[in-house]
Design a protein around this ligand. Sequence first.
Ligand SMILES: [Zn+2]
Length: 348
Amino acid sequence: MNTFFIEFRDPLFGIIIFFVLVFMITVSSYWWSKYTNKEKIKSLDKFLKDLKQTPSVEEMQNLISKGNLSIKSWMLLASLYSKNGDFEKSLDIYNELLKVDDGLNTRELMFLLGKTYFKAGFLERAKQIFLNILKNNPRTPEALKYLLLVYEYMRDYDSAFEVLEPLDELEHNIELDAHYLRAMRLINDDTMDMDAKAQQLLDIYKHDGDLTYMVFEYIFRINPELAWKNFDGSKSELLVDILWSLDSDKLDLDIISKNSFLKELYTARGDIKEVTKSSVFELDVLINLDTKSNATLSFEYICDGCKQIFPFAFHRCSSCHAIDTVGVELSLVKSYYRTDSEENNSFQ
Ligand SMILES: [Zn+2]
């Protein structure tokens, strides 16, 4: 017994016990952290799975009617669905919210519902919603602007002009909208002679110098001679894609020979040999290649308002709805047309 007590009191024994305890604590904390990490991953997986599975309409109706989530949170969720292109889900949420709304958010919900119908392409429904908002609140500029867009997309230009009046009364600058609507009405008028349309489009353009791209895109297409006659050399860069795609027999060499950008452009395309270099990188490369390669120009369209890039030209930006904000960006690409022609020739 005495031996045992002596050994128990031995400092070496204490050190051994200490290290055993440290070892046990380390091992148990290692296993504990491993276990908790596993549980965390499990719950994260479940959360991500739940996030991917959007609630059904019935589940959503239940959730909204229970009122566990605030209306603002549901509105945020609906706007996220809309941004991701799931308009159906977004519309379901707004419609359900309108059923339980106590009147405090009705106007905002109606506006968001109308906007989503517009984005989803349900123009008639969007129109009814905006008209409904304006019946009770005629001085709602945002609803007026969207109603204008709806009428424009429906090609109901007379009604669109009627919307400009209240916007004007609310001190919104409507001049560009009015010019644009006049131009749209002209271009889409099937009963009018094309030359008469071109002349009236030029009148709109000459009034304030607005809508250059829109007017010249149309006139270069139907009457290049008239377009060159009214051509403003300072707008060459804005119209670069239209000029680049003009047929060789439609060029006005007198005007081209007096404009340095046009000389560079058509030398790069191989129609003339007026310059040996260009300050525009893409044109400079093409001039130096001297049509010996199958490179050509490609175009992208950027909105000066929201900086969104589009593969096609536009007159009203589909993202920010600004008018006449198109800018053209050049890039060099492989010419499939030239390659195909060469391949076709090789079989002859
Ligand atoms: Zn834009």
